[in-house]
Design a protein around this ligand. Structure first.
Ligand code: GLC
Length: 791
């Protein structure tokens, strides 16, 4: 253990915790030694000689002397390849298993077979290598024959010299992961990490490839511990299971839509989740929580949620509340709810091993915990000390766990923060998780921890989502540290215990973009970093970045300096307040964009290359991003600067601050200040903003443009009526015309809107044929079908 970790451990778990961690490491080694299976076979086994070829529904099966492969077109741009032997994946991560059957052409020749569907053809060579090309015979991807060593499949994909690789879940790496070595083995990094740490909490094996011949997304549906080595080639190795992967081709929008059909669309959260959240490990009591909320009021800082870290529990026993520290929990929750502030509580999977603890007794008597091969309950160590771990693979355990959320919902907790679910088990040395020989059960059948470990957090979230969804009046809101492919169906996530440095602030942008490109559309970071004490400037810059991330939360470790937004003095508080207000002003845009992501699968936060993926000069830009369809955010990521390099993708963009127009593609240096980070709005867009108690639509247009802009409305929670207004904007040299079509029965709370035009001055306006007054280049209109502005 490095010195930092020892100090961190001492401060956070104390001597007794460290003693437990030492005992745990010894226990783990004993258990693993006792049940380990010896694998002495190091021989590489290739598919061997091709024996026969059989057409199967939507594809082909080729049998080799040592292996067989099944190639199936699930749609004309989504291919599934499965090499066996090896057990097939458990189907938990998938959503849609009902793909339409495709019409295929199959050519069989002596040097291999070609199956084609639409524009894509897959060729399987005699040796088992697989080449995919398009209709012009351009090679899109080539996999060399995979091989097995013991139970472990490996596959090498040839990469093009210019090919870029993104994603693989949560990575503290550059946005383009090439070159690099990565592992997928969800890991609690023990209190602090920075750039370069790998693996982290959620290493989803999904990546996006960009090359001059096109784009594709790949999902390895294999949850075993895995390694990815990305250099001249891309080598992926899995410690067990069949080698199954999906490849999705097409334009980026289509790829992400298809991927969401495969692994599930993100659930639509309640609107309050998009507000500001305040958290700190160490808020000890009801009294302290109410004081914090008072602080927000006193400083006129809006807030939507306050988080309770493990301190609210009775001796860290999950699903309990300490009655001494929180004597009137329900009253407190009601009072806060009255002020539109929600409570979010930390939930950990580790259940204290304590014969007086009801949850433990119940889980034990119902046989719901993870076990060793001879049926003993596996032990680990977490915040409550010696603990046991629910076996979330078991349906009965999930149903039981799902039921537990009710008691917390009943006392007024609205959101759940699912932590330590890699699962984490403190270890003085060795892997800080359960013994590798732990077994999990599904329908009476046993599965190894090597396979289930990476799914553990995912399955815990599945249980939580099912439990919290039982309330038919409110939408669930859950965020999680660990998870796997498809987590978006159940939970958001955050990037865990990052350290409080400028380097980590910079890292955050790539990490969150990588998560987005792995299907995890909604994530966030601890503002200011978790493990240290940022100075005012670092905290401010981090806060400004997070203003535009899905999860907008300040959180920090025990023993760090306080960082409520008024701690750094009035000058900083004033700027933080402006950014908080900006976030709340933007809520109609953010909520609509979130809704669009949940409908389409298109990421909410996108790298700049999204604008023009053929332009390889945009492929490495990892310090700016797109927020929804129409906004570019350029966070300031270095200290003491008065200028910031900015890249604008093709098109016309307006500065949010002064409406100055810029034509991309453009590289420039921009003046910045503590009060300002560059923000750009796309020409031709309509930005819905809630301000001064009313609703405004800011129209940015001064050259020819045609666009479609949505505005989604509902009550912000629950499953009632909605309304979708779709505005078509057409701009030419004389006129700007906006037409609106509406769907849905929800009645927006505004009877009129302010339409503010940026970039062009108008002298005349008419709404639905009736002329109206223009004041300061803006008009006040009722809901309309057609608005015409002319010069
Ligand atoms: C873990 C979490 C952190 C939390 C702490 C105590 O380190 O990542 O956010 O504050 O546990 O619960």
């Amino acid at each position: 253990m490095e010195l930092f970790k020892i100090i961190f451990a001492l401060k956070s778990i104390g001597i007794q915790g460290i003693t437990h961690a030492v005992i745990n490491s010894i226990y783990r080694s004993i258990i693993d030694k006792k049940y380990a299976m010896k694998n002495t076979n190091n021989e590489k086994i290739y598919p061997g000689k091709r024996k026969n070829v059989n057409p199967i529904s939507c594809g082909l099966k080729v049998v080799f002397s040592n292996a067989e492969v099944e190639i199936i077109f699930l749609s004309n741009d989504l291919i599934r390849i499965t090499w066996q032997p090896g057990s097939l994946p458990l189907p938990f991560t998938l959503d849609d298993n009902h793909w339409q059957s495709q019409s295929l052409q199959i050519e069989v020749s002596t040097d291999g077979e070609i199956i084609s569907c639409g524009d894509i053809a897959v060729k399987i060579d005699q040796d088992g290598s697989i080449t995919i090309h398009d209709i012009q015979k351009t090679t899109l991807r080539k996999d060399l024959p995979p091989f097995r060593i013991g139970e472990c499949w490996s596959i090498i994909t040839q990469l093009k010299p210019e090919e870029h690789i993104y994603g693989l879940g949560e990575r503290a790496s550059t946005l383009n992961l090439r070159p690099g070595e990565y592992q997928s083995w969800n890991t609690d990094i023990g209190g602090s990490y920075s750039s370069g740490t790998d693996p982290l909490y959620m290493g989803t094996p999904i990546y996006l490839s960009l090359s001059s011949s096109g784009y594709h997304l790949l999902y390895f549906e294999n949850s075993f511990k895995s390694r990815f080595s990305i250099h001249d080639d891309f080598t992926a190795s899995f410690e067990g299971g069949a080698l199954r992967y999906y490849i999705i081709f097409g334009p980026l929008e289509k790829i992400f839509n298809n991927f969401s059909h495969l692994t599930g669309f993100a659930y639509f959260p309640p609107k309050w989740a998009l507000g500001y959240h305040q958290s700190r490990w160490g808020y000890q009591s009801e009294k302290e929580i109410l004081e914090i909320v008072e602080g927000f009021k006193k400083h006129h800082l809006p807030i939507s949620a306050i988080h309770l870290d493990i301190d609210y529990m009775d001796r860290y026993k999950v699903f309990t509340i300490d009655p001494d520290k929180f004597p009137h929990f329900k009253n407190m929750a009601e009072q806060l709810d009255h002020e539109s502030i929600k409570i979010v509580a930390s939930i950990n999977p580790a259940v204290k091993q304590d014969n007086h603890f009801k949850l433990y007794q119940e889980g034990k008597s119902k046989d719901l915990f993870c076990k060793t091969a001879n049926g003993e309950i596996v032990k680990g160590v977490s915040w409550p000390g010696r603990s046991v771990y629910p076996d979330f693979l078991n349906l009965t355990t999930r149903a039981w766990w799902a039921d537990q959320y009710k008691q917390l919902l009943d006392v007024g907790i609205s959101g759940f923060w699912q932590d330590m679910n890699e699962p984490a088990s403190f270890a003085a040395w060795g892997d800080p998780t359960l013994p590798i020989t732990t077994l999990h059960s599904i329908n009476g059948e046993k599965r190894s921890h090597l396979e289930i470990h990476n799914l553990y957090g995912y399955l815990m979230n599945k249980a939580a989502f099912e439990g919290v969804s039982n309330d038919s009046t409110k939408r669930p809101w859950i965020f999680s540290r660990s998870g796997w492919a498809g987590l978006q169906k159940y939970a958001w996530n955050w990037t865990g215990d990052i350290d409080s440095t400028w380097k980590s602030l910079r890292q955050t942008v790539s990490t969150i973009l990588g998560l987005s490109l792995s299907g995890h559309a909604f994530s966030g970071v601890d503002i200011g970093g978790f493990s240290g004490s940022p100075d005012a400037e670092l905290y401010l810059r981090w806060f400004q970045l997070a203003t535009f991330l899905p999860l907008f939360r300040t959180h920090s470790s025990l023993n760090t300096k306080r960082r409520e937004p008024w701690i750094f003095g009035e000058a900083i508080t004033n700027i933080l307040r402006d950014f908080l207000k900006l976030r709340y002003k933007l809520l109609p845009y953010l909520y609509t964009s979130v809704w669009q992501t949940c409908q389409s699968g298109i990421p909410f936060i996108r790298p700049l290359f999204w604008e023009d993926p053929q332009d390889n000069s945009l492929w490495d830009i990892d310090d700016e991003f797109l927020l929804g369809d129409n906004v570019i955010i350029v966070p300031v990521l270095t200290p003491g600067e008065s200028k910031r390099k900015v890249v604008l993708p093709p098109g016309k963009w307006f500065s949010y601050w002064d409406d100055h127009p810029y034509i991309g593609k453009l590289y420039m240096d921009m003046d910045i200040s503590m009060e300002m980070i560059p923000i750009f709005i796309r020409n031709g867009s309509i930005l819905p903003i809630e301000e001064d108690g009313g609703m405004s639509f800011h129209v940015y247009a001064n050259i020819n443009a045609k666009s479609m802009n949505n505005m989604y409305w509902d009550s912000g929670d629950g499953y009632g009526d909605f309304r979708l207004d779709t505005y078509q904007l057409e701009v030419d040299s004389e006129l700007t015309k906006i037409t609106c079509e509406s769907k849905g029965a929800y009645r927006p709370p505004f009877l009129e809107f302010n339409i503010i035009v940026h970039g062009t001055n108008f002298t005349q306006a008419s709404v639905d044929g009736r002329s109206i007054k223009i004041l300061d280049n803006s008009v006040i209109v009722p809901p309309f079908q057609e608005l015409i502005l002319s010069k």
